[in-house]
Write a protein that binds this ligand. Structure first.
Ligand code: HEC
Ligand code: HEC
Ligand code: HEC
Ligand code: HEC
Ligand code: HEC
Ligand code: HEC
Ligand code: HEC
Length: 341
């Protein structure tokens, strides 16, 4: 009996490999590009866009002094003008203020009108500032942010529990510069550095840290030296990925319950695995958006983030097993044919 082989098994294998390569390349080419934020950049030096802001001219009453490192005062008696230094802590940068969430505000919407006079009255220092919830609580316009849930999580945080009423929302959300970045999520690296800078403003700045406590500020670098490639981790994940209770309220995008250090994430698999916590935290906004708009390939496997162990995909796994099995079968068939020949 003579076996006539019509199709070369190697050809089949070659076709399978080619096909999978094409699928992979196609999937990759439709990849989301991490684009630079389209909003005016934080370092925007172009001042022309201020003129589009409602109260920009009015705010100059304050910013003529608070907008830069020096200001002028006139001595009424001698008629002489003196140049004075504005303390760096009291400088409000226009480029940051006018891209922030509250850019449409007048300074005196939040601050007392009495600041219009200079020298400022001493008691103004004690002025109580309005709370986020005073304005945003119960307002359906902001329902998607779930302010009430955030407040509840915040009240359970280690900061409030240990530092009490001194620790307000404003400690992390600077009244002048805060701008949501996690939600549009245009540039995840920017979101990471923006959010981490919020924490580092105290945890890497002992003056700010010790405004709230007499404890020594622990050195973050040595405290995290168990983490290999620390630098890469600190630009690839946020502090809150490891330091918050994963929001049980599915509705809040950014978990606000900071836990004591003993409860922080230390296990590598929490991120480096298929059900990585990052999908529920850092990548959550994107995962939701992409899944709903672009279907499985983009949502599940091929996006810009590659985290070892976290990017496994069921279909790719099956495909690779099929390829391996076909190779083995191909070799066996080939060997068998040679033997009987
Ligand atoms: C002529 C310059 C000048 C003008 C105009 C001015 N400030 Fe000030 N401001 C200062 C200086 C100097 C300080 C620091 C000394 C002090 O606290 O009085 C200060 C301090 C402050 C503080 C910090 C107070 C504290 O210690 O907690 C706030 C808040 C403030 N100004 C808001 C305003 C607002 C709002 C306006 C506009 C309505 C304004 N300032 C206009 C010069 C000015
Ligand atoms: C959305 C509310 C809001 C607006 C608008 C606002 N501020 Fe403030 N400002 C705050 C809060 C909150 C603080 C911090 C108070 C605290 O923590 O004691 C603050 C603090 C300050 C300080 C003290 C330095 C600091 O950062 O703690 C200065 C100076 C100041 N503001 C000036 C201004 C000027 C000038 C404008 C207008 C360009 C302005 N603020 C607009 C909320 C606001
Ligand atoms: C004095 C009232 C007031 C306070 C206090 C206040 N906000 Fe706002 N906030 C507003 C208003 C009004 C807007 C809308 C501004 C606009 O549309 O230009 C706004 C806008 C925002 C936005 C953007 C909403 C969007 O969909 O564009 C966020 C986020 C936000 N605020 C968060 C906060 C947080 C966090 C705090 C406390 C740290 C806070 N706000 C404190 C009144 C306030
Ligand atoms: C320990 C720091 C910290 C404190 C305190 C804090 N926040 Fe936040 N919050 C953050 C960070 C970080 C983000 C993410 C900012 C981003 O990239 O958009 C955030 C985001 C938010 C957002 C936007 C969430 C979204 O869906 O986009 C809101 C609203 C908010 N916080 C409200 C509050 C309120 C209200 C309080 C006080 C009850 C508060 N935060 C206290 C750190 C803090
Ligand atoms: C305004 C300053 C300030 C900011 C902003 C801030 N922290 Fe803190 N944090 C403190 C202080 C002060 C303590 C010490 C509290 C104590 O032990 O008494 C603390 C404690 C902690 C602890 C507890 C450590 C322990 O001993 O268990 C963690 C974790 C923490 N912060 C994480 C964060 C993260 C994450 C962020 C940003 C989302 C952040 N903090 C933002 C001041 C700050
Ligand atoms: C990969 C997870 C991870 C990341 C990212 C991370 N931490 Fe931690 N952090 C931990 C763990 C775990 C501990 C407890 C370490 C220990 O006690 O051995 C800790 C400890 C701390 C402490 C307590 C130090 C002490 O001993 O008193 C602070 C404060 C803190 N981290 C803040 C931060 C800040 C701020 C960032 C962001 C710049 C950050 N962490 C990023 C996991 C993380
Ligand atoms: C909070 C989530 C998280 C935790 C916890 C975590 N990692 Fe990572 N790890 C990441 C991310 C995100 C990257 C960056 C991936 C990239 O951009 O290349 C990374 C990168 C790495 C890299 C570098 C890979 C490269 O491309 O060079 C190593 C090695 C690593 N992690 C090991 C560990 C080990 C070991 C632990 C436990 C001690 C750990 N990680 C804990 C999220 C995490």
């Amino acid at each position: 009996m003579k076996i006539k082989l019509k199709v070369n098994p190697f050809l089949i294998i070659l076709i399978i490999i080619l096909c999978s390569a094409i699928i992979f390349i196609l999937a990759k080419s439709t990849n989301v590009k991490v684009t630079e934020s389209v909003a005016p950049s934080r370092e925007n030096k172009d001042t022309s866009f201020y003129s589009t802001i409602k109260h920009a001219a009015e705010n100059e009453t304050c910013l003529k002094c608070h907008g830069q490192s020096k200001f002028y005062v006139e001595n009424k008696e001698s008629g002489k003008t003196m140049t004075k230094k504005m303390y760096s802590e009291l400088i409000i940068r226009r480029d940051l203020f006018y891209v922030s969430n509250h850019r449409e505000f007048k300074c005196i919407d939040c601050h007392s009108e009495d600041y219009m006079t200079f020298p400022h009255a001493g008691n103004l220092m004690m002025q109580a500032m309005p709370n986020c919830l005073d304005c945003h609580g119960g307002d359906p316009k902001y329902a998607k942010y779930h302010f009430e849930n955030i407040e509840a999580e915040f009240n359970g945080s280690v900061h409030v529990k240990r530092l009490g009423g001194n620790f307000t929302c404003w400690k992390c959300h600077n009244g002048h510069f805060y701008k949501i970045t996690a939600r549009p999520s245009e540039n995840i690296k920017h979101t990471i550095s923006y959010d981490n800078a919020i924490c580092l403003n105290c945890h890497a700045d002992s003056l700010n840290y010790q405004l709230l406590t007499d404890k020594e500020n622990p050195n973050l670098i040595t405290k995290h030296d168990w983490l290999p490639n620390q630098k890469l981790h600190f630009i690839s994940v946020r502090c809150i990925e490891c330091h918050t209770k994963k929001s049980t309220k599915d509705s809040t995008l950014v978990a606000h319950e900071i836990l004591p250090k003993q409860q922080a994430v230390k296990k590598c698999q929490e991120c480096h695995s298929t059900n990585s916590i990052l999908l529920a935290t850092l990548y959550r906004y994107e995962v939701k958006e992409i899944r709903s708009t672009r279907g499985f390939i983009k949502g599940s496997i091929v996006n810009d983030k590659y985290v070892i162990g976290a990017n496994r995909n069921y279909y790719l796994n099956v495909l690779s097993i099929i390829i391996v099995i076909s190779v083995v079968i191909g070799i066996l068939v080939h060997a068998f044919l040679r033997m009987i020949k």
